[in-house]
Design a protein around this ligand. Sequence first.
Ligand SMILES: [Zn+2]
Ligand SMILES: [Zn+2]
Length: 294
Amino acid sequence: MASAPWKVSLHGGHSGDFCLHGGDTLEEMLDAAVAFGYTTFGVTAHSPRSDANFLYPEEIEAGYSPADLDRDFASYVSKCRELARKFEGRLEVLVGAEIEIVPESGYAKEMADLRNRHDLDYIVGSVHWVDEMPIDVTRELFDEAVNKRGGLEPFLVRYFNLVEEMVNDLQPEVVGHFDRPRLYTDNAPEFESASVVEAANSALQACKDAGCILDLNVSAIRKELEHPYPAPQIVAKAKELGIPFCFGDDSHRISAVGENLAEGREYLLGQGISEIKVLTRENGTISKKTVPLR
Ligand SMILES: [Zn+2]
Ligand SMILES: [Zn+2]
């Protein structure tokens, strides 16, 4: 597929060699990224968790400990750096992480330490846990987290409050799948309730203040949601606040590399957004660059 300047993903490249719920190797993912015509491909492996209470089901099944996650993450960083050099001239590869917000009391320091220790190019700030319960693993675990909060409306308020806190704590370059709870509740009327809209707007304001880029995450299309993350009303509010977007394919195997990116571009254009903000390596540092969608 032909290359185009807008073919950039800043969230994805979760690969089977470093992620137990991914398939294919990181090198195969990068080959697929070249084949798709990506100009820049940000790899954002899931961050390790230091507390065994926050292992994902497949990690528990594999007998993993937090030390194993640490070891895999360190191997990921060195392999990804090596591949970034190998692919130079064909594909710009950025070495990042998608962070976690558990434990709620200590994640901010842990994630800042992780970033410094590995000298990461950037981080994607994502909320996958509410009240320290995983919200995008299974419908059952999601429902449990919602019930613990006393219903979908208070749950969504808490979710967006956590996004806001995470943005303030970590100032991530990219905020991942801003309205992730749509995974199991697409188009739920609670998203339009006053308290939820207020919490979402407040989180967006924090993104604006921290200079974040929002992840236009097209994996929602693969999951058969009506729109990518975030939903049209949130895209409209972000546009009003002047918050930029960049694509994320959230790929976990080669079949998802670049998948639905063209649909994501159409979606933004349809919302009156005609440019994205990308990250690029310039003179040894990471800087932001505006790229037109047409
Ligand atoms: Zn994943
Ligand atoms: Zn995520």
